[in-house]
Design a protein around this ligand. Structure first.
Ligand SMILES: *Cc1c(COP(=O)(O)O)cnc(C)c1O
Length: 409
């Protein structure tokens, strides 16, 4: 779709790509080295772990796979309950759709769009095994109290960090306070690895080992020595034998939990990820500047409420969300159409997951998360935000919002 008619388009890339990224790709392509599972991937993972403070970081082809892996690692059993954010992208909870578990969608705090510790606590039962949360728009959920509630009840915390790279929660990175962090480097996100890419951060050593195995198309399984080998051993080089003992025809598989899959991030993508990661702080700083300009400007606009900012909780500003006051009597959808017609391309993020047809099919529906529903259908406005925005585009958004509300009042 052409964005020519917008003075402020919703850009399909969340970060800038320049000569450094082009050089990184060219360097890898010219090296003649293997383009998968190589030193760029290892370095990107080490640098990502160092940046976030994660114990283990495993790069993957995207965040959806990271969420699938996280779900697998939890080992959920039939009848287990999972508490899940509803104001999030559908991939956050898609892996749960095919499982015989009960999903309880958690309502949001209308100021942050995140699940609140209170709403989470109210849904806990003795069958709750996990909570899936998102840091909506890059604004960290209130992780300490959520972690404390989870620990009290033996609940695993899965953090969807697709928006949260460059965010800080009292000095720590999201994705390291829960048990599993799932990150995206898809084109829209704060940094990108050539349009698709992801990371799984893990604190548990055994989980990291299993995730590393299944992403390399090795099964998560139990093997035992073959009782009576009838053929001779395949004499592979020693390191190969060590990694692929089963290839030596010495083992039987007695239990298969996951067949393994192939989801490795390729070398050119990892090389670009390293360049982007080095620029992240600069990119987020510009996002913050824009968010602060919008907050200041919109605070003076009657009928608009801005997000609550909490000291010590620093958003990565992946999305900019503000809210129409229902007291104005103005219809939100009409406001959006006017803003769009005036040259601001609006895309709302996200339709509440519990109202998607595939979830309604399971009995979910309207009334389950009243705040998320009210905010989504009546109040929420997402304005474009990305580092490439100019100050004049930002001022234009504030002025257009003020003028449009005046016209509609
Ligand atoms: C983008 C996104 C995902 C999925 O990421 P991919 O890397 O595209 O698979 C998951 N959750 C949220 C909240 C997202 O925004």
């Amino acid at each position: 779709m052409s964005t020519d008619r917008y003075f402020v388009p919703y850009l399909p890339t969340g970060s800038t790509f320049g000569q450094d990224e082009i050089d990184a790709v060219a360097r890898v392509l010219r090296s003649g080295a293997k383009l998968s599972c190589g030193p760029e991937r290892d370095a990107f993972e080490a640098e990502f772990a160092a940046y976030t403070g994660a114990r283990h970081a495993l790069s993957l082809t995207n965040a959806t796979i990271a969420l699938e892996f996280a779900t697998y690692l939890l080992g959920l059993q039939p009848g287990d309950e999972v508490i899940a954010a509803t104001q999030t992208y559908q991939a956050n909870v898609t892996p749960l759709l095919g499982l015989p578990v009960v999903v309880r969608f958690c309502d949001i705090d209308p100021d942050t769009m995140n699940i609140s510790p209170e709403a989470f606590a109210a849904l806990v039962t003795e069958r709750t095994r996990a909570v899936y949360l998102v840091h909506h728009g890059g604004n960290p959920a209130d992780l300490d109290p959520i972690r404390a509630i989870a620990d009290r009840h033996g609940i695993a915390v899965v953090e969807d960090c697709a928006h949260a790279l460059g965010a800080w929660y009292h000095g720590r990175s999201p994705g390291t306070i829960g048990d599993l962090g799932c990150w995206s480097f898809q084109s829209y996100k704060n940094i990108s690895t050539l349009g698709e890419g992801g990371m799984l951060t893990v604190s548990d050593d055994r989980w990291a080992e299993v995730a590393g195995r299944i992403r390399a198309i090795e099964p998560d399984a139990d093997f035992v020595p073959r009782a009576d080998p009838q053929l001779g051993e395949y004499r592979a080089p020693a390191d190969d034998l060590e990694r692929h003992a089963k290839n030596a025809y010495r083992e039987d598989c007695v239990a298969l939990r996951h067949p393994g899959t192939n989801s490795s991030l390729c070398e050119p993508a990892a090389a670009v990820g390293r360049v982007q990661l080095a620029q992240l702080d600069k990119l987020v700083a510009r996002r913050r500047e824009i968010a602060e300009m919008l907050d200041r400007g919109l605070a003076a606009v009657d009928g608009i409420r801005t997000q609550r900012r909490v000291p010590g909780i620093d958003s990565a500003h992946h999305l900019y969300t503000c809210f129409l006051d229902p007291e104005t009597g103005i219809e939100r959808d009409q406001l959006i159409r006017r803003l769009d017609a005036a040259g601001i391309q609006i895309q709302l993020r996200y339709f509440p997951v519990h109202l998607l047809p595939e979830w309604r099919r399971l009995g979910h529906g309207v009334g389950e998360c009243p705040t998320a529903e009210r905010v989504w259908f009546r109040e929420q406005i997402n304005l474009p935000i990305y580092p490439q925005l100019t100050d004049s585009q930002v001022h234009f958004m504030v002025e257009t919002m003020a003028n449009t509300l005046r016209e509609l009042a």
